[in-house]
Design a protein. Structure first.
Length: 85
């Protein structure tokens, strides 16, 4: 998932990998707590929401780690998805 999120955000190299992975984990935990089926978390179905969440939280440490309205709306949509087979 790390490489897919980096590609979505236009990030190259590996300098920020640990930080990006930290935010990926945080967003995945948010998805889980919000009721997104665990079978979907970590799949390509959630990559867009995770990328948006990572971008929202990252903000280069500016202290404005606020999640966007798009992120919230997408999580609500994902929480109503059926379990993956």
């Amino acid at each position: 998932m790390l490489e897919a999120i980096k590609q979505a955000l236009g990030i190259t190299g590996d300098y920020q990998d640990a930080l990006i992975q930290f935010y990926i984990n945080e967003v995945n935990e948010y998805l889980k707590a919000a009721g997104v089926p665990e079978s979907l978390i970590g799949t390509s179905i959630t990559y867009g929401a995770v990328a948006r969440g990572v971008a929202d939280l990252w903000n280069y440490g500016a202290g404005e780690g606020k999640l966007s309205s798009y992120f919230y709306e997408r999580v609500i949509q994902l929480s109503t998805e059926e379990e993956a087979s």
